[in-house]
Design a protein around this ligand. Sequence first.
Ligand SMILES: *[C@@H]1O[C@H](CO)[C@@H](O)[C@H](O)[C@H]1NC(C)=O
Ligand SMILES: *[C@@H]1O[C@H](CO)[C@@H](O)[C@H](O)[C@H]1NC(C)=O
Ligand SMILES: *[C@@H]1O[C@H](CO)[C@@H](O)[C@H](O)[C@H]1NC(C)=O
Ligand SMILES: *[C@@H]1O[C@H](CO)[C@@H](O)[C@H](O)[C@H]1NC(C)=O
Ligand SMILES: *[C@@H]1O[C@H](CO)[C@@H](O)[C@H](O)[C@H]1NC(C)=O
Ligand SMILES: *[C@@H]1O[C@H](CO)[C@@H](O)[C@H](O)[C@H]1NC(C)=O
Length: 368
Amino acid sequence: MYPEFSLLAAALLVCGEATPHPKPNAPVSRDFKRSDPYADWPSYSQLPLDPSYPTKAAWGVRGANDTLGALNHITNITIQVAAREVKLGWAFNLNLDVNQFVTPINTNRKPLTHLYQPGDGYTDDVIMLNTQISTQFDGLRHFPYSTNASVDTYQWYNNLIPSYDDVIGPAPTTVLGIQEAAQFGIAGRGVLLDWAGWAATQNITFDAFQGREITVAELDATAAWQGLPAGNWSLPGDILLIRTGWIAQYHALTELERETLPWSGIDSVGMLASDDSLEWLWDKKLAFVGADNPAFESLPFNKTINGVAMSLHQVFIGGWGQSIVEFLNLEMLASALHQQGRSTFFLTLQNLNVVSGIASPPNAMAII
Ligand SMILES: *[C@@H]1O[C@H](CO)[C@@H](O)[C@H](O)[C@H]1NC(C)=O
Ligand SMILES: *[C@@H]1O[C@H](CO)[C@@H](O)[C@H](O)[C@H]1NC(C)=O
Ligand SMILES: *[C@@H]1O[C@H](CO)[C@@H](O)[C@H](O)[C@H]1NC(C)=O
Ligand SMILES: *[C@@H]1O[C@H](CO)[C@@H](O)[C@H](O)[C@H]1NC(C)=O
Ligand SMILES: *[C@@H]1O[C@H](CO)[C@@H](O)[C@H](O)[C@H]1NC(C)=O
Ligand SMILES: *[C@@H]1O[C@H](CO)[C@@H](O)[C@H](O)[C@H]1NC(C)=O
């Protein structure tokens, strides 16, 4: 989520000012082995490995040429352990209707175009989809670091994309494309933190369409309320999902209210973009994170982390190669987990296999 980027970039390209400026891959890097991924694993305070890298970037942590990023936390063993979460066989779709937001929250992002194309003895349909309009998996081409929101300063994961033309030009390269995350076969143990559920028990009232910031202390309190062991409820390779109450508030609107909602920018409840949040998440070695809100973190993106990064998006995607899943529908899952006194589940996610793609509907499913 950062509409200004694409508009500005498009304008610069039209003016012909965005020239390729090749950069080296991350030259300072570790020797990374998937068989022993956490040997000599850097602590949060040791990031970045080289002072010239952007704020808290994990460039080089998995070698200079790694393109999988945080998905490297998923191994055959983590999937085997995650599969033990299937106890009842109850499966939940976590995806909203791809055309859920008939009035777009971000007006740059048009609703789905869906056409029927009848044939002789069969029927087809054709969709044109902005991958950011509904439940979405943000791939590693979606969100670079940049100091001034200008393509001149874009820096993607591991510094692997030299130029913005390589992403949106007439002959884009494939590096860091969504096909990498589509081929990988994403499955793991999900942990749901129902912050909105906890907030209700604390009589905390909030408007999900304003920038209510969720802190690490509140998430720890949520975990404790759910009965999870203090400071020890996640495993490397887990996927953390946060229920912020955004979708619940949206679904409570009438049809008319949805159509006429005066989106005040795209403000939203979400995790606070801060150094504390980043350290808390880095230590958990998560494969990716997700939430039922527009951006996982609170909006607007008006914070500053360590002076340079302006959002969790920049550090997650550009820095750690860690994707974000947004607008998840966690309502049924949350209610089933509460009923069962559980917080964990088996999660699978299958992105569209679009070469050089930027994001995808996640086709996410939870099984408990
Ligand atoms: C990364 O790839 C480049 C280009 O293929 C190669 O020269 C370099 O040695 C690789 N670096 C590592 C750490 O594997
Ligand atoms: C799982 O095991 C297979 C077969 O040994 C191997 O090819 C694959 O790389 C492993 N996957 C992960 C994620 O470790
Ligand atoms: C952004 O910063 C870069 C590097 O300092 C500079 O070259 C460029 O002109 C700036 N662009 C805008 C639009 O401010
Ligand atoms: C929340 O409000 C209810 C009803 O007023 C009250 O009984 C309860 O003690 C409050 N809980 C907290 C945590 O403040
Ligand atoms: C954390 O929990 C795991 C099991 O989930 C257990 O094996 C480990 O000993 C616990 N660690 C601490 C420090 O309590
Ligand atoms: C960010 O925006 C929110 C909501 O508009 C506002 O309350 C907050 O003060 C702003 N913070 C900064 C650091 O500008």
